[in-house]
Design a protein around this ligand. Structure first.
Ligand code: PAF
Length: 279
């Protein structure tokens, strides 16, 4: 069983004794196969793996799903024991956000207010602030994030690069159900009918990626046409960008991102696209 740290002091004590290189896998718990894959991938390169399990309140806006976000600590600890994590950091909120703090946060820059950031104002300030704290507390050599939250991964990479933070950020491909649905802690809220339609999102992405050689308009049209076959899914956005979330190039690597609501559950997914054929 991994050692469990509930306080930053316990984490510091445990961290000091870990053989390197040390990897950090930040999570909000409710662990599924996607998280397990992050831990397993981290294991391949790291001497020690630290996993944080912390539902970060500052990345949820008013009226969002903070209160109903699944908290499954016993199952999470069992999964992390099976995966061979060395240390689990599972702090209470006051340990991460102590009373009396002056409230310094990380500004995600302009790419933090598009896509997810436009739908969820302030979300990436909360994400980057807690990730910066977790990096500071854990001092990892490597930090692992899923590609499913592609904008999050892009902004974490940018924060680490532009603020000259030490760890190497590793992005791990999305883990999917057999029908293509990207694994997410929120999938558990889908009704059977919503679950059946949710796979339309990954089908739309595959159709979009397949149209890559015909250019950006064809990609968006192909993906949009598939999404339109599922009126139960309400898209928040379907966007084609460059790999850093800037404007899509005419040709070359791009990213196709979608967010859609099935009832009150938001589903995100994305894929790499090569526009205009190989360069
Ligand atoms: O992806 C998540 O689970 C969270 O956004 C993260 C990175 C753990 C920060 O709270």
């Amino acid at each position: 069983m991994p050692a469990v740290a509930r306080t930053t002091a316990e984490l510091a004590r445990l961290r000091a004794a870990l053989p390197g290189p040390v990897a950090l896998v930040p999570t909000m718990g409710a662990l599924h196969e996607g998280h397990r894959t992050l831990v397993r991938t981290a294991r391949e390169r790291a001497g020690s793996v630290v996993v944080s399990v912390f539902v970060n309140p500052t990345q949820f806006g008013p009226g969002e799903d903070l209160d109903r976000y699944p908290r499954t600590w016993d199952d999470d600890l069992a999964a992390l024991t099976e995966e061979g994590a060395d240390v689990v950091f599972h702090p209470p909120v006051e340990e991460v956000y102590p009373p009396g703090a002056l409230g310094v946060t990380v500004d995600p820059g302009p790419r933090g207010s598009v896509l997810e950031g436009a739908v969820r104002p302030g979300h990436f300030t909360g994400v980057l602030t807690v990730v910066a704290k977790l990096l500071g507390l854990t001092r990892p050599d490597l930090a692992y994030f899923g590609e499913k939250d592609y904008q999050q991964l892009t902004l974490v990479r940018a924060m680490v690069r532009e603020l000259a933070l030490p760890p190497v950020v590793v992005g791990v491909p999305t883990v999917r159900e057999d029908d293509g649905l990207a694994l997410s802690s929120r999938n558990r809220w889908l009704s059977p009918g919503q679950r059946a339609t949710a796979a339309t999102i990954s089908r739309a992405l595959r159709a979009g990626a397949g149209a890559g050689p015909r250019g950006a308009d064809a990609v968006l049209a192909a993906a949009g046409a598939v999404l339109d076959t599922a009126p139960e899914l309400v898209p928040d956005y379907l966007a084609l960008t460059d790999p850093d979330l800037g404007p899509a190039p005419v040709a070359g690597p791009a990213r196709l991102l979608v967010a859609a609501r099935a009832g009150s559950t938001r589903l995100l997914d994305n894929t790499a696209v090569l526009l205009g054929g190989p360069r």
